[in-house]
Design a protein around this ligand. Structure first.
Ligand code: ASP
Length: 320
């Protein structure tokens, strides 16, 4: 696999291989030196043209845990602000000699476009409404760990489906791994057509609660909206928010996920995030590192992990 642009490009076996490798990398992260020399000599550029907290720092850590060199490119302080085009910018970075570029961009399709301009592995770290494949992988990783398997599990993805790249990637990953997925939200926040996905649609969360194995809450993507699509946050919460009362109606084994950043009191209440052990939000953040290690290893390394001596724990001297 040279690039990771979309979950659609991965079949169920590749998804499972990535998750299995993420399990192996999670073990590496428990060692006293949580680092392997697998990508020593490789250079990874983090090119974030849109804001990020979790994704950027976990890609950074993931690359360093694999002993790659990491260059952080900050769009705000680059020559883009002097009018340089995206193509000139990425070709300039590429000319310095890099092996992979992790790209976040507000335009759907930007990472795919960049993969045609430069000869480096491109990993999509979120493009517009389109895809956020490593988020879907880390969510699948957490659900697999908490539920054993996604096969036959019923997962509701709730909220702003229309403008969410996380929803698109997750619908594809969860269904590819055998889950039954229902997307839930007001008509105005649903995609124009759901025919590309094998999912069910509901406009009310309440009737589903008792039968869900996981509920995945999404933020309303206000930065991508130029019109008001819900009457108010309060009204949204009253119909779709995970209040403590709704959480009580979920099965004991159900997993509660949110990709962050969370709007407490809108899609999920503080009372739920503070007290309910079924909330997996910090597990999701933690999973970002081993899952992104697996992705970088698949695009830059010799295939499955461990290969040769790549899995040998690096000694402290070896990695400094
Ligand atoms: N952090 C996720 C993303 O970058 C979800 C969100 O922003 O709502 O898409």
């Amino acid at each position: 696999m040279k690039h990771l642009l979309s979950i659609r490009d991965l079949d169920a076996d590749t998804l499972t291989a990535l998750l299995d490798d993420a399990d192996r990398f999670a073990e590496v992260l428990t060692r006293s030196v949580p680092k392997v020399p697998a990508l020593r000599g490789k250079t990874v550029v983090l090119a974030f043209f849109e804001d990020s907290t979790r994704t950027r720092s976990s890609f950074d850590l993931a690359a360093r845990r694999l002993s790659a060199d990491v260059v952080n490119f900050a769009a705000g302080s680059s020559s883009l602000s002097k009018g340089e085009s995206l193509r000139d910018t990425v070709e300039t970075i590429h000319a310095m000699g890099i092996d992979a570029m992790v790209v976040r961009h507000r335009s759907s399709g930007a990472p795919g476009q960049i993969s045609e301009w430069i000869d480096a592995s491109i990993v999509n770290a979120g493009d517009g409404w389109h895809q956020h494949p490593t988020q879907a992988l880390l969510d699948s990783f957490v659900l697999r760990r908490r539920l054993g398997s996604l096969e036959g599990r019923h997962i509701a993805i709730v909220g702003d489906i229309a403008h969410s790249r996380v929803a698109r990637s997750n619908m594809e990953a969860f269904t590819a791994l055998g889950a039954r997925v229902t997307i839930v939200g007001p008509e105005t926040l649903m995609p124009a057509s759901v025919s590309p996905w094998n999912v069910e649609v509901a406009h009310s969360l309440d009737p589903l609660l008792g039968e869900l194995d996981a509920v995945y809450l999404l933020r309303i993507q206000n930065e991508r909206l130029d019109e008001v699509l819900i009457p108010s946050n309060r009204e949204f919460r009253s119909r779709f928010g995970l209040t403590a009362e709704r959480a009580r109606r979920l099965p004991d084994h159900a997993v509660i996920c949110h990709p962050g950043p969370m709007n407490l009191g809108v899609e999920i209440d503080r009372e739920v995030t503070a007290n309910d052990t079924r909330v997996a939000v910090l597990d999701q953040v933690a999973a970002g590192v081993p899952v992104r290690m697996a992705v970088l290893y698949h695009v830059l390394g010799p295939g499955r992990f461990p290969a040769g001596d790549a899995g040998t724990p690096a000694s402290a001297e070896e990695v400094v």
